[in-house]
Design a protein around this ligand. Structure first.
Ligand code: SF4
Length: 471
């Protein structure tokens, strides 16, 4: 018998006229997590998203301002959104850049934007949306707190997700303007981070990518205070965080990968967790250079550390460790000898994956005032020489994998894997590293699907990638 007083369990249909918002997310994974937060909030409030600028009632552009190319891309995207739609809200790093007369750079170039906020400003963006496109009233959704749970909306494929553990940075590297845009380090409460991680694993995430501006500094701002999670005390510190994430991941048969780790002595304590299988033996360490004088001019974190020796110790303790890094060629004052030091370092440290930028004089960066500006053509030439050496090292390292068996997380399976697939091993982070091309399974009964792990024998290399045969 039905109960006439019971609340109805079916939500009423979404109003036909729910306002639509176009969204563009540019820049790094940290920016992507800001986008996810805004999209989660928009969805929770009943806004819809539109795939095209024309089909939207308003467009939000989340910008990047890291290097000149990123600034150009951001300004062009805003221009396109204004031309196709006309109603644009801008957020993200570029939004924090000052312009003339106390305004923002974006308003100088595009005076007709509706609002501009800096990065990490979901609430300000929502306020601007409410002002310009009033919130639809949905009696069902308005009553449901946190309708999307702890994990919120993710812009990544279902099987991997970025987990941002802190915002901002306490360093002042001379080539970087991120602290002026994102402010000093603010660590998220450890309980919140672990709750989000648990929700992500429960939602099917098989690879969690930990991101921040400086992952090894997690908790410095709160003096590593003791937080609580699951009713137990846990310190706000990288070591404890990684341990807890690793244990959670183990319960779900998932991977944890660390990005933006600086070579502080404290990182030594993470290596045993890699050997124990709690976190992938992979470190993304943005070293930028090797020569101590250049590092000093760059004001790099841990610039006084003996990086080569530290890396060698890590490798001795964990031989399967993979290191990815980024470098800058042609930094102001860089001599040929200092550059040679960098080439030798990449060879000796056996950096598995390296990216390199030719130094770019980002407006507002203090490095622009350093003496000895390297001519642009020489910066480019050094970048090319660097990449040739880095690729030689990387190819040697890849070739050593032929004949081994690796676990591969499938990203794409063509025809359920009948025609092969594409995945990644522990040595490859999504978007930035290589791939493992999976050959079709020999057994007809075998299939694979995105988000599952497959064991594969590595049978060859293909450029930056490996070729694997499922076993
Ligand atoms: S560590 Fe240096 S490069 Fe990285 S965000 Fe901080 S200031 Fe910028």
């Amino acid at each position: 018998m039905s109960d006439a007083h019971a609340p109805t369990l079916n939500p009423p249909p979404t109003p036909a006229q729910a306002p639509k918002i176009g969204f563009v997310s540019l820049g790094c994974p940290k920016n992507l997590t800001d986008s996810e937060l805004i999209l989660t909030q928009l969805s929770a409030e009943g806004y819809q998203t539109s795939k095209t600028f024309e089909g939207a009632d308003l467009v939000i552009v989340n910008t990047c301002g890291f290097i000149d190319d990123a600034v150009r891309e951001s300004l062009d995207t805003i221009g396109e959104a204004l031309a196709d739609n006309g109603r644009v809200i801008v957020t993200g790093c570029l939004g924090a850049k000052a312009g003339k007369d106390g305004g923002t750079l974006i308003q100088d170039v595009h005076p007709s934007v509706l609002a501009v906020t800096g990065p990490h400003a979901a609430q300000e963006v929502m306020d601007a949306v409410h002002r310009n496109l009033p919130k639809p009233h949905d009696p069902f959704l308005d009553l449901v707190p946190g309708a999307f749970g702890e994990a919120g909306i993710k812009l990544t494929p279902r099987h991997y997700a970025y987990l941002k553990i802190s915002e901002g940075c306490n360093h002042r590297c001379t080539f970087c303007i991120i602290p002026s845009m994102r402010g000093d380090l603010v660590s998220r409460p450890i309980g919140d981070v672990l709750n989000e991680a648990r929700a992500l694993f429960a939602g099917g995430v098989k690879e969690l990518l930990v991101v921040s501006q400086d992952t090894s500094a997690y908790g410095v701002d709160v003096k590593y205070r003791t937080g609580f999670w699951d009713g137990k005390p846990v310190r706000t510190r990288t070591q404890e965080l990684v341990q807890a994430l690793g244990e959670l991941a183990k319960e779900h048969g998932a991977w944890v990968r660390l990005h933006y780790v600086y070579p502080y002595p404290s990182v030594d304590d993470l290596i045993p967790l890699m050997n124990d299988g709690l976190v992938l033996p992979y470190l993304d360490v943005p070293l930028q250079h090797s020569h101590p004088d250049v590092l000093k001019r760059m004001k790099r974190p841990a610039s006084g550390e003996k990086n080569l020796e530290r890396i060698q110790r890590w490798r001795d303790a964990c031989p399967q460790l993979v290191i990815r890094s980024t470098f800058i060629a042609g930094f102001p004052g860089e001599t040929e000898e200092e550059f040679q030091h960098l080439l030798d370092f990449v060879r000796e440290a056996q950096i598995d994956r390296a990216g390199c930028f030719a130094y770019s004089d980002v407006p507002g960066a203090t490095a622009n005032d350093l003496p000895g500006m390297v001519p642009q053509a020489l910066r480019e030439e050094r970048r090319a020489r660097f990449m040739a050496v880095a690729e030689e090292v990387s190819t040697q390292r890849l070739t050593q994998r032929v004949g081994s068996t690796m676990q591969v997380l499938v990203d794409k399976a063509v025809g359920l894997g009948k025609k092969g697939g594409v995945g990644r091993s522990y040595a490859d982070a999504p978007e930035i590293d290589g791939l493992v091309h999976l050959m079709p399974p020999e057994k007809l009964s075998k299939t694979y699907k995105a988000g599952e792990f497959v064991r594969a024998r590595i049978v060859g290399t293909q450029g930056h990638d490996l070729v694997g045969l499922p076993v």
